[in-house]
Design a protein around this ligand. Structure first.
Ligand SMILES: *Cc1c(COP(=O)(O)O)cnc(C)c1O
Length: 408
């Protein structure tokens, strides 16, 4: 491993991980971000906050989540042992609740009355609305008008949870425009409002804060795998959209050089088509959503649209710490395409009786290419970031076509 001596696991005081991160935002936001940074750094050391968060994670979210040895999946390849970190068993069905609960509690402790968020496919909106309910906060979710139409079920869920869903009609009527509106709301109402970002993206301190809140995944994995096999694993594998499940899973192992870490991005219809979301494989450093990171952009710096069969990986950039880990060689990034993900979905369902979300199905699909290179004495832990219920309709639609084309 070509890990440099200067490798760091914390950002600098301006929020840079090496060349990436920072705060590329209008002046009006700096004060709010400074206040949030200070509040977060104070509260995270507060034993009362830690204890309260732990009790919500345990009794409300269902932590610790299981570490399951997937013996049937292991037999399929007959190589390294495969373990699954079961974030799909969290309340609401994915790891997102780890961070929304923590930020909800932070908001309540800061005396905020409202939370605002943007959402694309709606999963983040639902997780935010859930946390707002349990902490008694108002919740406003901005959503592109096109997305509101496409994601009717999640819009309805948010409304049942008492959130106000605001359709955004400007621009392309999608996530980018919803983000602008959420930020506008936050700047206007910063005294009373917390802006809840759902992944390890955005301006400092969000990438670090969300990473810290998701690191519970990796801390649990570390003690569970050591109890099971008496040592650290050889490989960690996770899917990467914005990068929060992967970063939370990887981070507690970052200093253990024997643990090899692999992030799997979505290559959609293929990295050589225009329809993929492989920001680290095909992107170049650029600025989006207040941060500098690998970004899918054309020669003029226009952001390209990302595509993936899974809405959660459909993001044209990635958290800045991933960009840093990539350049430092600490994490290796590979891709899995839509077909790999469908294979991963069907295979886990058929051999283990577990239906994964289409996001971690990419990490599972990567195993098809990766496992033959491993040895029987090695151990792989894969982060199963969420369950597949939300994706059944997509799978049904696509598999019908796949059968006709004779893909399997
Ligand atoms: C949202 C989501 C992702 C992608 O987000 P990250 O920040 O990259 O973790 C992955 N898996 C599931 C199940 C999701 O809901």
């Amino acid at each position: 491993m070509k890990l440099k001596k200067s490798f760091k696991t914390q950002p600098d005081s301006k929020g840079y991980f090496g060349d990436y991160g920072g705060r590329y935002v209008p002046e009006t936001l700096i004060k709010a971000l400074d206040e949030l940074t200070l509040a977060y750094e104070t509260i995270r050391r507060d034993p009362g906050f830690k204890k309260e968060l732990q009790s919500y994670l345990r009794d409300y979210a269902g932590r610790p989540t299981a570490l399951y040895e997937a013996r049937n999946l292991t037999s399929l390849f007959n190589r390294a042992r495969i373990f699954l970190k079961r974030e799909d068993l969290c309340h609401t069905g994915a790891h997102k609740i780890n961070s929304t609960l923590a930020q909800g509690l932070l908001a309540r402790r800061l005396g905020k009355k409202r939370m605002v968020a943007e959402t694309g496919a709606g999963q983040h909106g639902v997780a935010t609305a859930t946390a707002a309910r349990v902490f008694g906060l108002q919740c406003v979710v901005y959503m592109g008008a096109l997305d509101v139409e496409r994601q009717a079920l999640n819009v309805y869920k948010m409304k049942l949870l008492g959130a106000e869903v605001v359709p955004v009609h400007s621009g392309s009527k999608t996530l980018k425009d919803a983000t602008n509106e959420a930020i506008r709301d936050w700047v206007t109402n910063v005294e009373t409002t917390h802006y809840l970002i759902g992944s390890v993206v955005g301006p400092h301190p969000y990438p670090k804060m969300v990473r810290d809140f998701q690191s519970v995944i990796g801390r649990e994995t570390r003690s569970q795998i050591q109890a099971r096999i008496g040592r650290l694993p050889d490989y960690l594998i996770a899917c990467v959209g914005g990068g929060s499940n992967a970063m939370g899973f990887f981070h507690p192992f970052a200093a253990d050089r024997s643990v090899k870490m692999i992030g799997v991005e979505a290559s959609g219809e293929g990295v050589n088509t225009r329809h993929h979301a492989a920001s680290m494989t095909k992107g170049t450093p650029g600025i989006l959503h207040g941060m500098k990171s690998y970004l899918l952009q054309n020669a003029d710096g226009q952001v390209q649209l990302a595509h993936s069969i899974s809405a959660g990986l459909d993001y044209p950039s990635v958290g800045p710490e991933h960009s840093y880990f990539k350049d430092a060689g600490r994490v290796v990034y590979h891709t899995a395409d839509d077909k790999d993900a469908l294979w991963g979905f069907q295979t886990l369902t058929q051999v283990e009786g577990i239906m994964p979300a289409l996001e971690p199905a990419h990490a599972l699909g990567f195993l098809k290419h990766f496992m033959p290179k491993t040895r029987k004495t090695e151990n792989v832990v894969l982060c199963l970031s969420g369950r597949g219920d939300k994706d059944i309709h997509t799978v049904q639609t696509v598999l019908g076509d796949a059968k006709k084309e004779g893909c399997r």
